[in-house]
Structure formats: structure tokens, C-alpha cells
Design a protein around this ligand. Structure first.
Ligand SMILES: [Zn+2]
Ligand SMILES: [Zn+2]
Length: 339
């Protein structure tokens, strides 16, 4: 089958790859769309995503598609079903799974190598999508499910003030979720000036360009009282520092952006101590896939504001190199036309 195969650092190509094996519990899905994730860009740089990298491997894990074939033991799906897939498989039997912490499964596996003609995930990872949800929008299920995990950990309360650091595809989702969570102030910190208008359209109440203004001073000058919640959506040392600096008293800071495994970030512990910060990290998407599908199907997420482009499989490697479209938002690879 055709796939975008990663073979090494800065080495990927569109070529032939062996189809994943079918078994009695597997669902063979023809991929319609596959999103390019920050983790794909990280892997292209030779760094790990949510799991250590094993090469060669097709990139991609954010898919929607149509069922082509089902294994003998599969009862819930039939050929022709429109689906999305949770790429993270957990065993259900280990200590962490038994505690409900499936994202910490000791035997976890990635079951979607999605920039390919076909994937064959186990049926428990496959989710049907309603007719009202397009295959294009359904490709946002996995990133949205990760955002829901982050939002659960951020725990925004009605009327709180939230800072979102970075407005890429993830930031554009987070702003919308914070708006829906009834945050009174949503302050976006983002160096790309062109994103200002989009931030306000999605629900931001303030926009700070850190290249022009110091975020801490700018927020102090706004007179909003206290920054209660901070969502870091970039993962760079500088933006993590900003997130901790702008956090107010008793604030919760969620470090969501994927960071470089080789880097550490020093921070002022005394400042964190006197503010009594809660610093949390958010890892993948435990138990949030069904809610992500429901939210997308309900139409409350402005997906056009998240998706920056649809590209052909032939254009993926150039995009991985240049990141031109990924800088604007979520890039979807249109793998096969269904609707
Ligand atoms: Zn992803
Ligand atoms: Zn497990």
C-alpha cells in the first residue's frame, strides 16, 4: 500500500509499505483524512512523540475513514461504516489500566500509522461517527480528545481568567473550549500578529504579542485581577517560562505542548512557591474520544478556524520540511475521496 514513510531524521518519502496484518479482532479502515500532528513534525526531526520512535514507520495518527473489512470476531462494525480511531491502545489488564489510568498502560501500543491507504486497528479503538459529522472534521477527533484531557486537568471554573500560550491548531481549539467553559477573560499570547483577528473571532478577550510586549507587564496593565488558569500549547522552554511567569495566585498551569526530550527548563521556584502554583502535564487522551466525537458532531467547534489546509499525500514531505501550512493551523492530508 501507499504510505508516507519515515526512515530517519529529515528522511521521509511517499512509497510502498507492507499493509498491517488483519486478525479476528481487527477492523480494516481505508483512510480518508489524516492530520499532521506536532508529534509528526517532532518525529521528522528525529525526536520521540508520545512513544519512542521505531523506524521505518508510516507517519500520522489523526484519522478518519471508512471500514473496508472486519475480522471474524468483530460484531460492532460493517464494511461501509464511517469511523475515526483512537490511536492509543491499552491492554485493560495491567495495574495502571485496572486503576482506570489507561494512558499509562504498561503494554500500550500505537495502533494507527495513518498516512497510509489502510490501517487495521483492534475494534475497541474504532469509533463510529454520526452522519452529521463529515470525515474531514472527524479527522480532528484525536487532537480534540487530547485537548479535552488538557481541559479536564486545567479545570476552568465559570468566570475565571485564562491565558492560552500559543495559537496554533491546538491553541485555536483551546480558546474555543475555554469560551464554552465560560472563562471571563481569555488572553492569548502569540507572536504571529496575523492570528490576532482569529483569536478574537474564536472568543479571546485579549491578545498579547510577546515580540512587542512583555506578557507579565501587559497582563498587569490590563487590570484583570488574577490569572487563574494557564494552558501552555507550544512546548518550547521560552513559552513554558512565560506560562509559569504569567500564572497568578493559586493558578493551575497545564503544560500541554509537546517538548523536546533533550531539554530542561529552569524556573523560579520561589515565585511558584509564593503563588502556590499547581503545575500539571497532560498526556494523550484517556477516555475522551467519545466526548470529542460528540463535540465535533454538535457543531460547536469552529473546525475551519482550526484546519489551515488540505494537502495531497504527494505534498506531505515538502510540508514536513517547510512547515509553511502547519504554522497556520492543522494540516489535513486528504488520502482518499469518499464524500
Ligand atoms: Zn496528534
Ligand atoms: Zn494496561
Amino acid at each position: 500500500m501507499k504510505a508516507v514513510i519515515l526512515t530517519g531524521r529529515h528522511e521521509a518519502h511517499l512509497g510502498e509499505f507492507t499493509e498491517p496484518p488483519m486478525d479476528a479482532n481487527a477492523v480494516r479502515v481505508a483512510v480518508a483524512y489524516c492530520g499532521i500532528c506536532g508529534t509528526d513534525l517532532h518525529k521528522f526531526e528525529g525526536k520521540s512523540g508520545s512513544r519512542p520512535l521505531r523506524l521505518p514507520v508510516p507517519l500520522g495518527h489523526e484519522i478518519s475513514g471508512v471500514v473496508e473489512e472486519v475480522g471474524a470476531n468483530v460484531t460492532r462494525f460493517r464494511p461501509g461504516d464511517r469511523v475515526t480511531v483512537d490511536p492509543n491502545w491499552s491492554c485493560g489488564g495491567c495495574r495502571m489500566c485496572k486503576d482506570g489510568l489507561t494512558h499509562m498502560c504498561e503494554n500500550s501500543r500505537g495502533v494507527v500509522k495513518g498516512m497510509a491507504d489502510f490501517i487495521c486497528p483492534p475494534q475497541e479503538n474504532v469509533y463510529p461517527i454520526p452522519d452529521s459529522l463529515s470525515l474531514r472534521d472527524a479527522a480532528l477527533t484525536e487532537p480534540l480528545s487530547c485537548c479535552l484531557r488538557g481541559m479536564d486537568l486545567l479545570d476552568v471554573r465559570l468566570g475565571q481568567s485564562v491565558v492560552i500560550v500559543g495559537m496554533g491548531a491546538i491553541g485555536a481549539i483551546m480558546v474555543q473550549l475555554c469560551k464554552r467553559a465560560c472563562a471571563a477573560e481569555i488572553i492569548v499570547i502569540e507572536p504571529v500578529e496575523e492570528k490576532r483577528e482569529k483569536a478574537f473571532a474564536l472568543g479571546a478577550t485579549r491578545f498579547i504579542n510577546p515580540m512587542k510586549d512583555d506578557p507579565v507587564a501587559a497582563i498587569a496593565a490590563m487590570g484583570i485581577g488574577n490569572v487563574d488558569r494557564v494552558m501552555e500549547c507550544v512546548g518550547l522552554p521560552a513559552t513554558i517560562t512565560t506560562a509559569l511567569d504569567v500564572a497568578g495566585k493559586c493558578a493551575t498551569v497545564v503544560l500541554f505542548g509537546l517538548c523536546d526530550p533533550e531539554k530542561t527548563v529552569p524556573f523560579n521556584q520561589y515565585a511558584a512557591f509564593t503563588k502556590e502554583l499547581t503545575i500539571r502535564t497532560s498526556f494523550i487522551n484517556p477516555h475522551t474520544t467519545a466526548r470529542a466525537i460528540a463535540l465535533l458532531a454538535s457543531g460547536v467547534i469552529d473546525t475551519d478556524a482550526v484546519i489551515s489546509a488540505e494537502i495531497a499525500p504527494e505534498a506531505v514531505v515538502d510540508e514536513l520540511r517547510s512547515r509553511t501550512l502547519s504554522r497556520q493551523g492543522k494540516v489535513l492530508v486528504k488520502w482518499k475521496e469518499f464524500e
